[in-house]
Design a protein around this ligand. Structure first.
Ligand SMILES: [Zn+2]
Ligand SMILES: [Zn+2]
Length: 422
């Protein structure tokens, strides 16, 4: 039976209406998508802009980009501390992805041009290769200088391009790395083999990193990285060996408890001073004291309890110190033995104080040094971030040190406003 005309017209009209509504919904969704995209881009650029703005702040800013130890943790990256002072963004250690985290949080990583390593354990320097590349790709326009322990017996620099001197004087050939300047000849039988008494330092480490990343640098130089402002040389780093034991056999160039300026800004306002710390067999290892506008931040690096730490940290506004809680480790060791019979691992935990400083000794150091604030990082055991865990970790410390005590978390930022006299 044929459908009455009015019903078929109604059907046709409702179909048309549905179609129109559908088109409106699509265009609305499309516009909404565009609006969301615009908003996201604006927010990202705003964050990067904010990142640039904080370089102008007059005080000192400390960002904890990685607060962990060699044992991987979902909450704590390996060691990496950023310090922003006098318009510079300095990095102290990068044992993993600290600089990548900084970039993700909106900090202007292309402004990084100096990295200071406390020592050459992997949880403090394994991020170097990625850091060199990431800052270069982000638009770093100047050389990246890496300060760290010296090689105890220098190898020839002939395989290392560009040499520091070439780099600094600009006498290198620009453009694609020429074949005769290849960083290393892979498989070459005389590729640096460490002599028996050889202690590899920053030259040696950067040599290896240059070799590993040479294919990446060369490829990017030919493709992505064609900006004149960021040529291929920026894909490598310049080693700045710290003063060490070379001049006097086994004795360091400078003594225990002595601070040596290893970097000073042109105006003289910002100074980075290094001092020796005692990290068992990992010698030399360093701590750093960053001074700017009458304020000071001290980074202990990895060290066992050291008498001279209080002298080197004297009067600092912030002391950032590694810490092991031996009471917590003893509790873990007891369970390992009783429940799992793992005496070897238990012994390993009990031996931690030979390489690291117990939390109560850290509190004593802070008290002796008269610092205003103490921040613990590189905490062993690597506790989960959270109030309860942190309270257990610092237990007993506030009986010894009366200032503020914090356990650093990844992403934590501290801003020290300029001193009143500044
Ligand atoms: Zn270490
Ligand atoms: Zn470490």
């Amino acid at each position: 039976m044929p459908m009455p005309k009015t019903i078929s017209r109604l059907k046709w009209l409702s179909g048309l209406l549905f179609g129109i509504l559908f088109l409106i919904a699509i265009s609305f969704a499309f516009n909404l998508e565009n609006a969301i995209q615009k908003h996201v881009i604006a927010k990202k650029l705003e964050a990067q802009h904010h990142g640039m703005d904080i370089l102008k702040d007059p005080g000192i800013r400390v960002i904890f980009a990685g607060t962990g130890v060699p044992v991987p943790s979902k909450d704590r990256g390996a060691q990496c501390i950023a310090v922003i002072a006098n318009g510079e963004l300095l990095i102290f250690d990068d044992g993993g992805a600290g600089v990548r985290s900084l970039a993700a949080w909106g900090y202007p990583i292309h402004k990084i041009n100096k990295v200071f390593l406390t020592h050459l354990h992997s949880d403090h320097m394994a991020g170097l290769g990625g850091l060199i590349g990431a800052t270069w790709i982000a638009g770093r326009t100047g050389p990246l200088r890496v300060y760290g322990p010296d090689d105890s017996n220098k190898l020839s620099h002939t395989l290392y391009p560009p040499t520091s001197q070439e780099y600094q004087t600009g006498t290198f050939t620009t453009g694609r790395v020429p074949d005769n300047r290849r960083v290393f000849e892979l498989g070459k039988p005389d590729f640096p083999k460490a002599p028996k008494d050889y202690v590899p330092g920053i030259d040696y480490v950067l040599r290896g990193i240059s070799m590993a990343y040479e294919p990446d640098v060369m490829e990017r130089n030919g493709n992505v990285q064609t900006r004149e402002s960021a040529p291929w040389e920026m894909g490598f780093a310049i080693p700045h060996p710290l003063p060490d034991m070379e001049s006097a056999g086994t004795a360091p160039d400078f003594g225990w408890g002595e601070l040596k300026t290893v970097y000073e800004s042109e105006s003289g306002k910002l100074k980075v001073k290094a001092f020796l710390v005692d990290h068992y067999a990992c010698f030399p290892s360093y701590g750093y004291r960053i001074e700017c506008g009458g304020q000071a931040v001290v980074i202990s690096g990895d060290t066992e309890k050291m008498t001279y730490m209080a002298k080197c940290a004297k009067g600092a506004d912030i002391l950032i110190h590694e810490a092991v809680n031996m009471r917590m480790l003893e509790a873990i060791a007891a369970v390992l033995e009783e429940k799992y019979g793992d005496h070897e691992k238990a012994g390993h935990y009990r031996g931690a104080s030979a390489h690291h400083t117990d939390s109560l000794d850290v509190a004593r150091t802070a008290m002796e040094a008269g610092v205003s604030r103490l921040v613990l990082t590189h905490v062993i055991p690597p506790i989960d971030p959270g109030f309860i865990h942190e309270r257990i970790f610092v237990k007993g410390m506030d009986d010894i040190f009366r200032g503020e005590i914090d356990v650093a978390r990844d992403g934590m930022e501290i801003y020290l406003p300029p001193a009143a006299s500044e």
